[in-house]
Each structure stands twice: as C-alpha cells, then as structure tokens.
Design a protein around this ligand. Structure first.
Ligand code: GLN
Length: 476
C-alpha cells in the first residue's frame, strides 16, 4: 500500500510510531497529484508550503510525540471557498480570480493549530452553485472512477482528490448537498454537520442560513476526527452553538431506522434503489429495526430551497461589485457602469440566474408570495423531521437519485441539475446533520460506479450519526 492511500487513522498511527515521516507522506500525495491530476483536475492550486509544514510536524513528533494532536502531519485539501491567509481564494469564479485571503478561516486556524499539512485548494462549481463541478471558471473536475463522468459538486475537487488518493482527507462546504453528493459520486464519506456546529468565519458565504463546512474522508472514523477538529464555538460566527448542545445519549440496543418512503419513489434509479435496499436489509439482519416513515412535505423541499437560496445569494453576493471586492471592469466611465459591467463579466450564468431570481423573490410586492411562503414551507419540512425523530433514532435513504452522470449531460438544463440534490436539500433546510457513506456499486458501460447511502440524525446528534455510520460501513 502506498502512503497516499492511507486513512487519517492509519497515517496518524504510522506517524506516531515513526514508521514514516510526514514529509514522506506529503511527498507521496504530491507524487500522486503529479501523476493523476492532469486527468482529474481536482486542484486549483498546490501549496508551496506543504513540505515545510510537513517538516515542522516531523519536528513535533521527534520532540514530543505523545502530545501531537490527531491531525499533526496529515496532508489535507481545502475547497477553494475557504480562506487561507496569503493564498488565492477564488471560489472557482472569475469574480474572485485574483483575490488573496487576508486571514485564515476559523476551520483553517484550527487545522493549523493541529499542525495539519494543507496540500492545496480544490476545484468547485463557480461560487459553490452547482452539482457537478462543471461550472468552475477554471474548467471541470473529472470523476476518478470514470473520467467521462462528473465527480458531483460543488465540492467535486475535494471529493475527487480524496477518492483518487491524492491526499488523506479534505474539507468541503454544503449548502444543499455539496459535500454529500460528491462523496456519493466518488465513493467516499462526506458529512454535513448540524447547522451551528462549525464556524463559517472565513467561508465565502453562499446562503448563510444553510452553509456548513464539513469533512470528506475515506472512512467514517476519519470524518469524526476531522469534524472534532473543526467544530466548536467561535466569536466570529454567532450561529455556532455551545458545546452542551451536542447530545451524548448512548445509542439504544435496538436501533430504530426510519426509511422515508418519499425517498424511494419515482425518479430513483432502480439499481441505486436496489443497492440501498440491500444494505437496509443487512442493517435489519444486524439487529436494527426498520420502520417505513413519511416526510409528507418532501416534494416542496427543492422548490423551497430554490427560493431561499437565490434570495440569500442575491444579498451575500452584493458585495462583489467590482469596487469593494471582485473582478473590476475598468473601461467603464460611471459608477453604475462599473457595477453593471464588472458583475456582467465576473459572474457565471448560474450565479446571474440566482441573483435575478433572488432579487425578484425579495422585492416589495413579491416577498410574501415567494420568500415568506418558502420560509413557511421550510418550517413544515423541519416539522416532518421532528415528527419522524419522535418515532425513530435515525433516517436512512439514498444520497442521490442516480450514480455519477456524464460530463455535459445536465449543463444545459438547470432543473435537471437541481434534481441531483432532491434527497439532500431538505436536510439543510431543517439544519440536521447528514452523512453519505459508500453503499456499493452499480455497473454503467462496464465500469463500476459508487452509490452513496445517506444517514440523517436529529440536530446535534453527530456522535450517534458517526456511531451508526461506523457499523453500517462494515456491513457486507
Ligand atoms: N447543488 C446545490 C446548489 O447548487 C447545492 C450547492 C451547495 O451545497 N453548495 O445549490
């Protein structure tokens, strides 16, 4: 086994026992990047500080191996909408092509405090809006399982980098599925924490009532290590909840798994359905109780999401006006022209679509018909989950309706692209933690493509989510 193929758990053990150094581990990842990334294009920037950081970590192991934090010397990748001081942070958008971050995001500060090795910044959909990483201003990322297919999105670069063993693990962000959907398409673990578990200070905001940063990893145990490293209160993000919000109830002897019937109806690929159903049967065989439950407002999740997100996008992206931030069109004469032309040239088509829809939905006269209505729908969706969690401990269903689709298959049809997130957006609307874990494979054109299973837990029940994930991960 090559060093770059290791998990966080394995690498941390090897580093501690001095079996290999962080420098060797980092060099193995850099070699894998040189070999594979010309085809995959997961990276926007490879850090020139990585080997130095690895050498620092090695010193720590030499001097005081017992006190080294769990991520010391572990090479990680970071989605390019998370700020690292002194480095480009583009959100894969022309708008921020030349933006250099002036401070570290809180999650980055925490990783640096643990002496993790930050290998590079990964590709994503333009401004995190998309489900395939095809809308990146810097060109698409490919799925390591089949280069003709998308890795999912918007955190497709981090997903592909982890799946192709070009790093040990990575961070992404998830507003409506952007960690879980690429994890599912790439055959890895992707976890979106409870809204309020992880600080977003230094994350380029998309839709602030939904955005969360979370881990993309090779195993559930690794996702837990990375989540524990980044979570916690922060004076810079008032939405982060205090430590005692997290539940530490033990898991019941007989776990009650709720299977939402709406997640297994029309539109779900039969092979994906089969894979998930088999794994559910294995859960039952292992001692869990399966209960069919209903989330009656499921069909309103996507329409509600696509009112709330554009509304928040239109507000958050207002600062990208070519003066305060972003691409600047200097030929223009009047201030209005500078705004209009900078935004016309800097934003990709999907961003413009959302800004226009959002501005419309928030405008006087339409606000109640769209935005207020969507917020009411959001409450109903949240209540569906509360009702479900009164009867069961967790929910399980597919992460996505299909395996990875072909590049170009959905780029001309935004609605088809939006449907890729049909099972993930409701979890963000309700603020719940959700995790995609590999469930098996389906064959497409003679190639094995991964399928992801989504586990959903009540708010701040991450501990239970990981515990169940670890059991399911080992089932046949
Ligand atoms: N694909 C979804 C969207 O485009 C989710 C994006 C995300 O989670 N950042 O809105």
């Amino acid at each position: 086994m090559q060093l770059n193929q290791l998990t966080i758990t394995e690498a941390a053990k090897g580093l501690r026992s001095r079996e290999f150094s962080s420098e060797e581990l980092t060099r193995a990842c850099l070699a894998a990047i040189r070999e594979r990334d010309k085809d995959i294009h997961a990276f926007l920037k490879i850090s020139d500080r990585a080997t130095d950081a690895a050498k620092e970590a090695d010193k720590l192991f030499k001097n005081d191996p017992d006190t080294a934090p769990p991520l010391t010397g572990i090479p990680l990748v970071i989605k390019d909408n998370i700020l690292i001081e002194g480095e480009y942070c583009t959100a894969a958008s022309r708008m921020l092509e030349n933006y250099i971050a002036s401070y570290d995001a809180t999650v980055i500060r925490k990783l640096k405090n643990q002496h993790a090795v930050l290998l590079g910044k990964t590709n994503m959909d333009d401004s995190a809006m998309g489900s395939s990483t095809e809308s990146s201003y810097f060109g698409p990322t490919k799925n390591p399982h089949d280069l003709r297919r998308v890795p999912g999105g918007s955190s497709g670069g981090s997903g592909a980098a982890v799946a192709a063993d070009m790093c040990i693990a990575g961070l992404g962000s998830d507003t409506g599925g952007s960690i879980r959907q690429p994890a599912s398409f790439c055959g890895i673990v992707g976890m979106k924490p409870t809204y309020g578990a992880v600080s977003r200070h230094g994350l380029i905001a998309m839709a602030s009532s939904l955005d969360q940063i979370g881990p993309l990893t090779k195993t559930v145990a690794d996702a837990e290590i990375l989540f524990d490293a980044i979570r916690g209160q922060d004076g810079f993000d008032a939405t982060v909840a205090p430590e005692d919000s997290f539940s530490d109830e033990p898991m019941p002897e007989k776990i009650r798994i709720g299977v939402p019937k709406e997640y297994f109806s029309d539109g779900l690929d039969p092979d994906v359905k089969d894979t998930i159903t088999k794994l559910l049967a294995a859960c039952e065989w292992a001692g869990a109780q399966l209960h069919e439950i209903s989330l009656p407002h499921s069909s309103y999740a996507l329409p509600g999401y696509y009112i709330i997100v554009p509304s928040e996008v239109s507000a958050n992206l207002a600062r990208l006006d070519g003066i305060r931030y972003g691409y600047h069109e200097s030929k223009s004469m009047t201030l209005f022209d500078v705004y209009a032309q900078s935004r016309a040239a800097g934003f990709g088509p999907e961003i413009k679509r959302r800004i226009m829809l959002g501005t419309y939905a928030l405008s006087a006269g339409y606000y109640d018909a769209y935005y207020t209505k969507a917020q009411q729908v959001r409450r109903l969706i949240s209540d569906d989950f509360s009702d479900a969690f009164a009867k069961v401990d967790i929910l399980i269903g597919p992460t996505t309706p299909t395996p990875a689709f072909l590049c170009g298959e959905k780029t001309n049809d935004p609605l088809k692209m939006y449907l890729a997130d049909i099972y993930t957006v409701a979890i963000n609307l309700a603020g719940l933690p959700g995790m995609s874990i590999p469930a098996g494979f389906v064959m497409r054109d003679g190639i094995k493509l991964p399928v992801g299973l989504q586990i959903i837990a009540p708010r701040f029940h991450e501990k239970q989510l990981f515990a169940i994930g670890k059991i399911i991960e080992t089932l046949p």
